[in-house]
Ligand binder design. Structure first.
Ligand SMILES: C[C@H]1O[C@H](OP(=O)(O)OP(=O)(O)OC[C@H]2O[C@@H](n3cnc4c(=O)[nH]c(N)nc43)[C@H](O)[C@@H]2O)[C@@H](O)[C@@H](O)C1=O
Length: 315
């Protein structure tokens, strides 16, 4: 399908910016980006405000909405669960209801965190049929919104539900693990930090993707001639890596002699040791498979942090 009107919520966030960049670089003729703006005041709506969301979507008239706006950091959701439930569930309900009213397709970014304890029951990469058994506040909000959208798919909403696994890339905040490590490596290389890197729990094994592969899945669903309402897809590599391996990859890419130190402030016990997903369904329905190797992702994030640090004003 060509020239679909696409509205993105969370367009200023890490994934939103990567999505816009990807459209400009690879699919400028396939999509026309439309603004998410409340015509009453010219501002971007708070997605918790149902009336403002309705006004924005009704005036923008998108063919598809990619809904990325969320409380995305699990630790933030744990600190303020009420805000996380309001944004991730009620905010998603507001977007989904307005999308249904105007007949727009909804592409939603849920999370692999929704599986929770299901990972501990499945040694193999988890499939979409697995029960959602969230163990974090964040995972619970994503699990609840996932159920909600599948029900709304039975009720006329053209929804595609994604469960992306961990992803990183240039532009991600050092609140997340890959840029958290890469930023320190870049600071050490620049002589701004002693050659000691502070880390948290290195034992967890996670299915890591480059953000470009993730946004390609969203674009495939936005562009498809038709979708099955409520269809659910993992976005994953099926090849989990230990957080320790991500760290080693960055240290090898740097070549500097760096000592590793566990920082109790960064250390959180993991209820899920290995989280990995099957992407067979996404491959079968949209021809998607991950394209970017993890080593390339690490190198890009490290370069991004080096550039940021080189651009910092020095006093
Ligand atoms: C799927 C899920 O993915 C993301 O959530 P996350 O997994 O919490 O984020 P992350 O990639 O920062 O952590 C991965 C692992 O790395 C461990 N870890 C060790 N040392 C440090 C460390 O120094 N910093 C951080 N941040 N983590 C560390 C940490 O304990 C965790 O086990 C979001 O996109 C979320 O929106 C989402 O949906």
């Amino acid at each position: 399908m060509s020239n679909r009107r696409l509205l993105i919520t969370g367009s200023q966030g890490f994934v939103g910016r990567a999505l816009i960049e990807r459209i400009r670089a690879s699919a400028p003729d396939r999509f026309e980006l439309v603004d998410f703006i409340d015509p009453e005041n010219g501002e971007r709506p708070d997605i918790r405000d149902k009336a403002a969301v309705e006004r924005a979507l009704t005036s923008a008239k998108p063919d598809a909405v990619v809904h990325l706006a969320a409380i995305a950091a699990p630790r933030q959701a744990q600190k303020d669960p009420s805000e996380a439930w309001m944004v991730n569930v009620i905010g998603t309900l507001n977007i989904a209801s307005a999308a249904r009213t105007i007949g727009a397709r909804l592409i939603w970014s849920g999370s692999s965190e929704a599986y929770g304890n299901a990972f501990n029951r499945h040694p193999e990469p988890v499939r979409e049929e697995a029960a959602l058994e969230p163990m974090s506040a964040y995972g619970a909000t994503k699990s609840a919104a996932d159920l909600m959208l599948r029900q709304m798919g039975e009720d006329g909403l053209q929804a595609v539900i994604f469960r992306p696994f961990n992803h990183s890339g240039p532009g991600q905040s050092p609140d997340y693990v890959v840029p958290a490590f890469a930023e320190q490596v870049a600071r050490i290389e620049a002589g701004l930090q002693d050659p000691v890197i502070k880390v948290g729990n290195l034992e967890a094994r996670r299915d890591f993707l480059h953000v470009t592969d993730v946004v390609d899945a969203y674009l495939a669903a936005a562009d498809a001639p038709s979708i099955q309402p409520g269809a659910t897809y993992n976005i994953s590599t099926s090849a989990p890596v230990a957080i320790a391996d991500l760290l080693n990859g960055l240290l090898t890419a740097s070549g500097h002699a760096i000592t590793v130190e566990v920082d109790p402030a960064r250390y959180f016990p993991n209820k899920v040791v290995t989280a990995s997903g099957s992407h067979d369904r996404l491959k079968a329905d949209f021809g998607w498979s991950p394209k970017i190797a993890i080593g390339d992702m690490l190198a890009e994030v490290l370069d991004d942090q080096r550039q940021r640090i080189a651009a910092e004003p020095r006093g």
